[in-house]
Ligand binder design. Structure first.
Ligand code: GLA
Length: 407
């Protein structure tokens, strides 16, 4: 059986914490002064709305990334990861030179995430310029599946940010840490993403989703009540890897910007469903469908929040399915594996299902009755085998808490 029931969140966290601690010891020969961890996320609904100033409804998951860290006195920062053969070390004063505004980072991509966070925190804290920051060693380990659309990158940013926030005594709140993470991703790594993933990670709460207005950055915790309703969230990771620093993600974003400009608004957030006929007249056929996805998806997020409050999680299935159809047909970011995952889960009794995250690979989520989870998982596995797809990775996730210090 390839399906694993939700691991105990405490066990999952301690796995990454233990691995980061071990790596730190082998890197430095001493113990870290502390270990901080931050979660990945699944997005319940609201896809490609964040960079359009719209609404999203993600939740942090129990899979976490841990950063074991300790200050050093020589003004240098060294990062190591269980994913990488070699650590990367640089003087804090030279971080700038790693991330030219007009080109790719001059450092291995994995290291651009933690080093990018250190660099972004500098901009937030004027004291940096006066050279008051000590150097630091950081060792990173993660239980968040990479490339699955579950924001392994936001988890690295969140864990690194939590560690540096405390070690450097910055006193930044979760929103500021999310902004630093996004800046690292946009300007250090070069992926033109929105802020959903970082906000979901830094503001995650057990049993709740983060309802985020991406224009104002106002958030509200929305109780999900999955367990009380006898429901579980099954993740179907297709194993098809994606990257948002290249290709389709950027093109979709450009379509949205063209749409907003043609409609004379600051962002697609300002377009209502009732304005779509006018958009159809002004835009070419492809840009119109991109715009229609974003505008209707914003409305679906608001409808999901309302349905959860009024009727509970069993009432949101049709909205999840409509979101997937919109991403498949209008935004065109799904792939055959994700469509098969969604269709098969629904055919075997899922209440709702959709791809989650940026698309072009990654994972789908399905909302499934507790008792039916093994049957749905098995049906998906069989459908993938029959279609000749690689075997999917199947596991359940639970809405979980944001960053904290573990040790
Ligand atoms: C990725 C990005 C997010 C968001 C989603 C799509 O996860 O990092 O900012 O745009 O894609 O909703």
């Amino acid at each position: 059986m390839t399906f694993a029931r939700t691991a105990d969140p405490a066990t999952t966290a301690s796995h990454a914490v233990g691995a980061a601690t071990e790596l730190f010891r082998s890197l430095t020969g001493s113990d870290p002064v502390g270990v901080w961890s931050a979660p990945g996320r699944a997005n319940l609904i609201g896809e490609h709305t964040d960079y359009n100033d719209g609404f999203v409804l993600p939740f942090a998951i129990q899979h976490r990334t841990a950063a074991a860290a300790r200050l050093r006195t020589d003004g240098r920062i060294r990062v190591a990861s269980t994913f990488a053969a070699e650590p990367v070390e640089v003087a804090l004063d030279d971080l700038e030179t790693l991330f030219p505004s007009d080109g790719a980072p001059r450092v291995a991509e994995w290291a651009a995430y933690p080093l990018g966070v250190a660099w972004a925190l500098r901009a937030l804290v004027p004291a940096w310029a006066a050279g008051t920051f000590a150097g630091v060693d950081i060792a990173i380990a993660s239980d968040v599946p990479v490339g699955a659309g579950l924001s392994s990158s936001a988890a690295i940013e969140g864990a690194t940010g939590a560690a540096l926030n405390e070690l450097w005594g910055l006193g930044l709140d979760p929103v500021a840490l999310a902004q630093a993470g996004r800046r690292a991703e946009n300007e250090a790594v070069g992926a033109p993403t929105g802020i959903m993933d970082q906000m979901a990670s830094t503001l995650g709460q057990a049993d709740a989703a983060v309802f985020l207005d991406c224009r104002t950055l106002d958030t509200r915790a929305i109780p999900l009540g999955f367990a009380e309703a006898g429901l579980e969230v099954l993740v179907i990771d297709t194993g098809v890897k994606h990257a948002h620093s290249t290709g389709g993600y950027r093109e979709r974003r450009e379509s949205c910007e063209r749409g907003a400009a043609a409609l004379g608004v600051a962002a697609l957030r300002d377009v209502a469903v009732a304005d779509l006929p006018r958009a159809a007249e002004l835009l070419d056929e492809v840009d119109f469908r991109r715009v229609r996805h974003v505008v209707t998806e914003d409305q679906r997020v608001l409808d999901t929040v309302a349905a959860l409050a009024a009727h509970g999680p069993r009432a949101i299935g049709a909205l999840l399915v409509a979101s997937h159809v919109s991403m498949r047909d209008d935004f065109e970011i799904s792939i055959p594996e994700l469509d098969t995952a969604v269709d098969t889960a629904l055919a075997h009794g899922a209440i709702g299902a959709r791809m989650t995250g940026g698309g072009f690979g990654g994972a789908a989520i399905a909302l499934v009755d507790h008792d039916r989870v093994p049957a749905v998982a098995e049906a998906v596995r069989v459908a993938f085998a029959e279609a000749g797809f690689a075997e999917p990775h199947l596991f359940t996730v639970v809405p979980s808490a944001g960053p904290h210090r573990d040790v």
